[in-house]
Design a protein around this ligand. Structure first.
Ligand SMILES: [Zn+2]
Length: 317
């Protein structure tokens, strides 16, 4: 049987038809529909699934289920989206599953997008073969997901595993969520850019000025690329950033004891340069690491496909 995975983002809806070997046979991407109202947006999501099935040359009778990943807080059992600020002008307490199920002829499963990503990587990506996995996705925010004993950990009402809002610093930097000192406030790319800008202001001679001018912007690469060229201010930013990130990962390792920790999102393109630093720092932030060791931190490998594959297999997690 085939499955359909749909990854709903603020800008695009990506839908894929996936076989039992976790291979995406066909995928499509359609605009989410910006500020469309709830019902129009749900129709777009269902239509994306329909289109993917058609274009794959399949029929609904070949499909066992549809899984949908949503960027927000939701209860996977009731299918109510409690909060999704990036969808249709902001969703609050939306009966999503009930509504979308009426538009699709096979059972529908829903999950948080970061949870879908960790499912995809666990079944088919960088954590394949592992039963205990923690994944952090570093982007505009910090998304996270946890698989324990081969099952997706979602917590009470499905609202747990918000790893990006684990507090890293008491009364620390303000986070977009309203709390202070969240992991996201230090480890998101948004925060890295802020830290980069601050370092540039303090050091007018830093190579980061020329690099940013050439690139036309300051982004998540600025400090990393300049630190590789030996720029001291850039290296300070990178090392400070990695210390916060390793500290956050260390606490997650102490709590969940994953077999492997995965890093996804744009910053994971720094590959071994980032992973080597994190792996070297990790033991000092983990309980009893000198006795029981620490798991490896690896780069997620499926990119955007992780969300699609993971959504498709929500039914078995
Ligand atoms: Zn927060």
């Amino acid at each position: 049987m085939l499955r359909v995975g749909i990854d709903v983002g603020g800008t695009f809806i990506k839908a894929g038809v996936v076989d039992e070997g976790y291979t995406i046979l066909h995928k499509i991407s359609v605009p989410t529909g910006g500020d469309a109202d709830f019902e129009a947006l749900v129709k777009n999501i269902a239509r994306a699934g329909e289109l993917a099935v058609q274009e794959a040359g399949a029929q609904w009778k070949d499909v066992s289920s549809v899984g949908i990943g949503i960027p927000g807080l939701l209860n996977p059992r009731t299918g109510v989206v409690v909060l999704a600020p990036n969808l249709g002008g902001g969703w609050r307490d939306i009966p999503f599953l009930e509504t979308v199920q009426k538009l699709l002829p096979v059972p529908v499963y829903v999950g948080n997008d970061a949870n879908c990503a960790v499912v995809g990587e666990t079944l088919a990506g960088a954590a394949k073969g592992n039963e205990n996995v923690v994944m952090l996705t570093l982007g505009t925010g910090v998304g996270g997901g946890v698989v324990t004993d081969g099952k997706l950990f979602v917590g009470g009402r499905g609202l747990g595993a918000e790893l990006g809002h684990m507090v890293l610093q008491m009364e620390g930097a303000p986070c977009g969520c309203g709390l202070n000192g969240c992991t996201e406030a230090y480890c998101s790319v948004t925060s890295l850019v802020k830290q980069t800008r601050r370092a540039m202001e303090l050091d007018q001679k830093s190579a980061m000025h020329a690099y940013a001018k050439e690139a036309g912007l300051v982004d998540g690469r600025t400090a990393f690329e300049c630190s590789k060229m030996g720029d001291k201010a850039a290296l300070f930013v990178v090392e400070n950033y990695c210390r916060y990130l390793a500290n956050a990962i260390g606490s997650l390792v102490t709590v969940f004891r994953p077999d492997v920790v995965l890093i996804g999102g744009g910053l994971s393109n720094q590959r071994e340069y980032l992973m080597d630093k994190l792996n070297a720092l990790l033991p000092r932030f983990v309980f009893a690491s000198e006795v029981i060791g620490v798991p490896p931190i690896r780069r997620a490998t499926l990119g955007n496909d992780a969300g699609t594959i993971g959504a498709a297999f929500l039914d078995i997690m």
